[in-house]
Design a binder for this molecule. Structure first.
Ligand code: F6P
Length: 374
């Protein structure tokens, strides 16, 4: 009988519903194998600062339905961490703490950025596994991510409720939905909530065409509309400017040019709510219907995880511990149908899963007459 295995676990990136369900899934499965489970606070920062908490049956009890993460989270990267006012590469400190804690593996719960950070540590010899977490559903090589289902419920309910004020006041209600640079959450909630217009980053929009769709509704007596707009959605003009700035940054050779191109990209970054407010004003001018904006924001990441997310997070957590017991490392535990699939981190890191132009959900939206702004 070898030494008791010690598993580290951390949560990184944006919080999301289901994180505690996943921590519980990993923890209870590990305890079932007779392993020890050690939580690290606030993402990779806790690993660098060796801030840890021993997880046992008591600390895992009752967290299945709790929002957020009991460990805390951060967007800190192992190789670029602000410590005492200086940006430092903490990779070697993390490796030292991993060994000092006699860890046999570290499980990282996170989205796209976490997959990249996990690969970085895996290549340096740590036994790393990840679980795909984000409300954006934009992690590659997995059917879905936990957090997405709950956010879909929340955003859909918000759209349901916004219909009341739209038809009572004969208004255009523009609801901005999260998703970073992918349109999954907006497209899904827009279809489920019956939005009349759905705008996603993958399909740059034409304001005149949106206005025409809204006016067509008015002519049929439906003098109100719901516009579900992804925080990363852009007009055709902005999308062209964004692509050009990207090309300039990729071509730029001097630090000055790189900095200038990056500044352009930040300015154009469509996640800023300014685009949504501008779109609402433009539509009001073109349709002569009053328009109002609702930014759903962090409500989409809060509260009790849905049963779908609890089931997914628990499934992935249990499968992760099986892989550790089998000595499988350097993988993301992907959701695949009713099961799971260990995908090498090299195939996941640095990739973003966006909505394909011909995706079934796109076809569904068009079939029921939704305008996608194109
Ligand atoms: O990745 C999840 C997410 O909520 C995105 O949808 C959103 O763009 C981003 O996080 C917000 O980041 P932050 O929590 O750092 O403000």
């Amino acid at each position: 009988m070898g030494r008791t295995k010690r598993i580290g676990i951390l949560t990184a990136g944006g919080d999301s519903p289901g994180l505690n369900a996943a921590i519980r899934g990993v923890g209870k499965a590990a305890l079932g194998f007779g392993m020890e489970i050690i939580g690290f606070r606030d993402g990779f920062r806790g690993l660098a600062e060796d801030r840890r908490v021993k997880l046992d049956k008591n600390s895992l009890a009752g967290i299945l339905t709790v929002g957020g993460t009991i460990l805390g989270t951060s967007r800190d990267k192992p190789h670029r961490m602000l410590i005492d006012g200086r940006v430092r590469d903490m990779t070697n400190v993390i490796i030292k703490n991993y060994k000092a804690n006699k860890l046999d593996a570290i499980v990282c719960l996170g989205g796209g950025g976490t997959q990249k950070n996990a690969l970085h540590l895996s290549r340096l010899g740590l036994n790393v596994l990840t679980l795909p977490k984000t409300i954006d559903n934009d992690v590659a090589m997995t059917d879905s991510t936990f957090g997405f289902a709950t956010a879909l419920d929340i955003a859909t309910e918000a759209i349901d409720r916004l219909h009341s004020t739209a038809h009572s006041h004969h208004r255009i209600i523009v609801a901005e939905i999260m998703g970073h640079r992918a349109g999954w959450l907006t497209l899904g909630a827009g279809i489920a909530g019956g939005a009349d217009v759905i705008l996603i980053p993958e399909i740059p929009y034409n304001v005149e065409k949106i206005a025409e769709a809204i006016k067509r509704r008015s002519r049929r007596g439906m003098n109100f509309s719901i516009v579900a707009v992804a925080e990363g959605a852009m007009s055709e003009e902005d999308a062209r400017a964004f692509a050009a700035a990207h090309a300039r940054r990729d071509r730029s050779r001097t630090l000055h040019d790189k900095k200038q191109a990056k500044a352009e990209l930040v300015a154009l970054d469509a996640r800023h709510t300014g685009n949504t407010l501008r779109l609402a004003r433009q539509l009001e001018g073109l349709t002569h219907l009053e328009s109002r904006v609702t930014i759903l924001g962090y409500v989409q990441r809060g509260g009790i995880p849905s049963p779908t997310d609890r089931l997914l997070a628990t499934r992935l957590g249990g499968a992760c511990v099986d892989l550790i017991d089998d000595g499988v490392f350097g993988v993301m535990v992907a959701a695949r149908g009713d099961g799971t699939d260990p995908v090498p981190l090299e195939k996941v890191a640095g990739k973003r899963k966006t909505v394909p132009f011909d995706h079934a959900w796109i076809q569904t939206a068009r079939r029921v007459g939704t305008s996608l702004g194109d």
